[in-house]
Design a protein around this ligand. Sequence first.
Ligand SMILES: NC(=O)c1ccc[n+]([C@@H]2O[C@H](COP(=O)([O-])OP(=O)(O)OC[C@H]3O[C@@H](n4cnc5c(N)ncnc54)[C@H](O)[C@@H]3O)[C@@H](O)[C@H]2O)c1
Length: 369
Amino acid sequence: MSNWVEQMEGSRRAAAVIAPVLRSLFPGDSGQRLVVYAEGEAKSDIELSTSDYTSVEELYAELEKSAATEKNVTSILVKGVGRFVFANAGTNADNKRMSGKISLVTGGAQGFGEGIARELAAFGAQIVIADLNLELAEQVAASISEQYGENAAFALPVNVGDEDSVRDLMEGIVLRCGGIDLIVSNAGVLKAGGLEEMTLKAFEFVTRINYTAFFLVTKYGSRSMKLQAQFDKSYTSDIVQINSKSGLEGSNRNFAYAGSKFGGIGLVQSFAKELVENGIKVNAICPGNYYEGPLWSDPEKGLFVQYLEAGKVPGAQTVEDVYDFYVSKVPMHRGCSPLDVTRAIMYCVEQQNETGQAIPVTGGQTMLK
Ligand SMILES: NC(=O)c1ccc[n+]([C@@H]2O[C@H](COP(=O)([O-])OP(=O)(O)OC[C@H]3O[C@@H](n4cnc5c(N)ncnc54)[C@H](O)[C@@H]3O)[C@@H](O)[C@H]2O)c1
């Protein structure tokens, strides 16, 4: 193993900083190209060896030369690291708005995340569902692939609050696809309670998953995006945080959640300024309540049942009464759906002249000042 590969802690780590460069340098005709990494040394169209270069930058320079001269390349062997094979994205989605865009949705096994993953797939995106609940994530990915084409989606495990887990996730995606074009940082948790009820443990748990985890996801997720932009100046990518209307306005007896979401907007604005030079846009979407999702509608532990039992809505006799109470606060008289949120995500992706924004999708309930 060459010294520089050793310094990168082995061939998989080295492969994770080569695959995005190949995806940029050898884009293919369809623009929907995946770069799939495999260990081993099978015969390939272009063959290089890590021992001929003293650093990865020298290898990049050689690859740039090859890209300028070689046509119809389908595989590249980098001896000492492994083999990279070009493939087309799993979606049968020519000319759709998100065609070929490798899109990661954290917390995509249920709720908003699942819905956003399904809507993005319908617009042609290649989906990665990452969740603590791998079993459920795999079921959702299988159902998306059944609908939109073999390999249109796959699932990977992650705990977004754990640094090693986030790093492994991002490398895992890059080794399977060659890059990440869109990260939807959606996984989030809610623990409500006033000052007397809230424990430090619960407060720190909410802060870790809703706030700190967004730092980890952006730190490790932006690495392959930066590399792609370095070798293709026209390339842009997106990080979108699913925030909340509670990130724009305080929430009574729900400060752990609201504070973590306000903080998320501070991170979004700051990351947007730092990453603009790498062609990475960073924005937040601030949805209103998703009343049809499990958080609100779960028949046993959903918020409608909880609020009815706790007598939180004066005079409410049924779950429908609680629903009516909440919907009456929304000028458009309805909750927010995954499609509503996905439309805002697609605005962020397609808009090339905006970054660092927090976009409300609340039926008029929360208006920007
Ligand atoms: N549901 C709403 O009404 C609503 C409104 C505004 C904003 N939001 C935001 O939308 C996002 C999704 O909310 P939801 O209501 O769909 O939640 P949910 O509880 O229905 O689903 C959350 C998903 O995230 C996963 N998850 C939780 N912790 C994780 C971790 N540490 N690592 C990886 N995955 C993890 C869960 O397994 C689950 O699949 C959150 O950020 C939330 O704050 C929700």
